[in-house]
Design a protein. Structure first.
Lengths: 201, 201
């Protein structure tokens, strides 16, 4: 049995939850309170020295951190990860884009607003983060102008990785209204079989 | 023939250069001056809408951005990328760690010092970035305490991704002196067959 160390509010955790549900893979979910530093205890740091969720524990006790590595592991051999060499690399291209050019600017504002609160000093980071978030959304919107999904015209883990925080960007005060192609893609992803919301375990 | 859009000072570009050399794959290198925004021209944005190097152009004109997606593409079928499902995911785990928890704190200080200059206002970002850089180095040092390389006890693209900016961290004033396991690993990577320095095309 797989165990997912998770936090229900985390988009990174949601990537794993969503794919596990789509694949109908049974797993045990362990909720950690990131606001109480439950990912920084000695007990958890043995599982992931980087102190972050999600972390996937396999049946033999091996622990795999990093949301995008987890969904790559889960997706291998499924329709959500193309086997073709170039398409595989293109899926990873968008997943690295997500971690470097998207997550710090689309996800972190949401973390600041929801977990630190609107009275926190880090609220002053939002304008700069939003500016870079808009740059990421503009790149996505251009790519989706003539495509239904990011790679291979079907839902892959590239879409799952990018969907997780894009669909809740407004919760970090980032307005995606002007990105019509992104909004249509969000609807397509949510209409795919076995979709679950971020609030569902 | 492959074409690599590159900048000789870039550690991200070096990842691709180093692996192309190891694999003895011929390619054409096109140097772009990032300080003169040559990655933001209309001509280049067609190749990578995110406006960054490295970008690999394949023989048919397809362009693949993101350094870690490029080296995954190049490494497939070679000894530098394990085929085993878990080991493959562990290689990606360290590559996502590199882009999210390492690059902004180990590479960006070097960019600020070398490209913006010591008189630039962004120099004030260094203390915070270095603090997080030390956190990343501590995670790496712990992992390497009982290992020769990051995954599978052999050089993989996880090592290449992490080596690129770690071995020049001092150029961004980040001192790696206290991380003995990391320093020994840097020497092992540099002693591997067909190694080239970051200054070599």
């Amino acid at each position: 049995m797989l165990t997912l160390y998770d936090n229900m509010d985390s988009g990174n955790g949601y990537k794993a939850r969503l794919l596990l549900h789509k694949l109908a893979v049974p797993y045990k979910r362990v909720e950690l309170d990131i606001d109480r530093s439950e990912t920084r205890t000695a007990q958890f740091l043995v599982k992931n020295a980087n102190g972050r969720i999600p972390t996937l524990e396999l049946g033999d006790g091996t622990c795999l951190p990093e949301s995008n590595a987890i969904i790559h592991y889960l997706a291998e051999g499924s329709p959500y990860l193309p086997e073709d060499r170039l398409k595989h690399a293109q899926v990873l291209q968008w997943m690295f884009f997500e971690q470097y050019s998207h997550e710090p600017y689309v996800a972190t504002p949401r973390y600041i607003v929801r977990h630190l609160g609107r009275g926190h000093a880090r609220m002053r980071e939002l304008p700069d983060r939003h500016q870079k978030g808009h740059a990421a959304l503009a790149v996505m919107d251009g790519h989706l102008a003539k495509r239904r999904f990011f790679v291979d015209e079907r839902l892959t883990i590239a879409d799952i990785a990018l969907y997780a925080y894009t669909h809740v960007a407004h919760e970090g005060d980032l307005d995606i209204g002007r990105y019509g192609n992104v909004r249509a893609w969000l609807e397509r992803v949510a209409a795919e079989p076995r979709h679950i919301p971020i609030t569902q375990g």
